[in-house]
Ligand binder design. Sequence first.
Ligand code: FES
Ligand code: FE2
Length: 391
Amino acid sequence: MDTLTGTMPRQDNDINLDDLVNVVAQGAGQDLAHAETLPPAAYTSQAFFDLEVEKVFKPGWVCVGHVSQIPNVGDYFSIDLFNEMLLVVRGKDDAVRVMSRICTHRWAPLTNGCGNAKLFSCPFHKWGFDLSGNLLGAPLMDQVEFETSKHNLPRFATEVVDGFIFTNLSNDAEPLAPQIKEFSEQLKKFALGDLVMAGGIEYECQFNWKIMAETFMECYHHIGAHEKTFEIQFPARLSYIEEGSSAWTYGVVPAKSTVPTEEIQLGLHPLTDDLSELESRSFFLYLVYPQHLLAVWADRVYWFRSQPVGPDKTLLQTYLLVHPEAKNQPDYDAILKQEMGFMDMFNKEDITVNTMQQRGAETPSALPGRLSHLEKAIWQLADYIREKTAK
Ligand code: FES
Ligand SMILES: [Fe+2]
């Protein structure tokens, strides 16, 4: 009897971090025609995730919000990032600030929600902080030597670019706006900073943040995951990814020529009246490294905000942004209801395959996979990760 023997090349999911960083670095310089994914362990290793937090996220600019979430003085929301508990507030001077929301007395969170405040009063011993994070007063602290000005909330570098709020947790990053100048120029006519939030859906995802970003950026998976949704109007084969830069990249997803333009747009107020033929019949996918994701359509923007929590855990909020006039349309509520249902449906199609990929990446026999030309953004993101994690 013949015995079938297979060679079983194995990845070692317990590979030590130095070895893994070396394997990741070895992929540098590969051309797209021969490109592979990062090694599966780069998606599953806790040590590699921790390295990304230190070398990618903390030194970089992480998108935490959109200005329409806090339009008025005193508006605020909370967000947690890499164990920091943050407060994003519009101050009396109209500036947006990102600060710690942990009381400087004995570390109680001042809030965990969102809303409008005149000041932030700690529920533990009632220390009060103004909208800029300065300590206004601390009850019954007059019997000890105490200077209120020394106990302000820690602040993080904050930059608003094209309406999106970014923070830099290490407080020493180069300014973001000059790094993504061409991105801003390209999207200027869409006036992203004037858009308003139409709705959002939140998901607790059981996969790595890179898997989320990669699937967002490639349309190859339309033929599988979105066979009955996107593939019909936006076939994978028509999509392409542009060259990009060291700070961002983008892709174009044109509709089939037989699809009527009114089926591509929802009927909402267009974001600009200066649409080219390509812009009115396509959508555009943007990634500002490491995690800011936008899908820009003629009359709407899908914005994906992600909070990487662990190698196999990512919190994801998906938002729909529209032109401010859209809310005055008589059919707005009906369009919105239908669109939010559609967004949830295609998100779940992505989440299903992303969860499958994460599970597969954890198996010992998983190896780096070959990339199609349609997955150029995965190749680009891998180069970004290589550069940031290199020793
Ligand atoms: S912990 Fe906030 S006042 Fe004491
Ligand atoms: Fe998708």
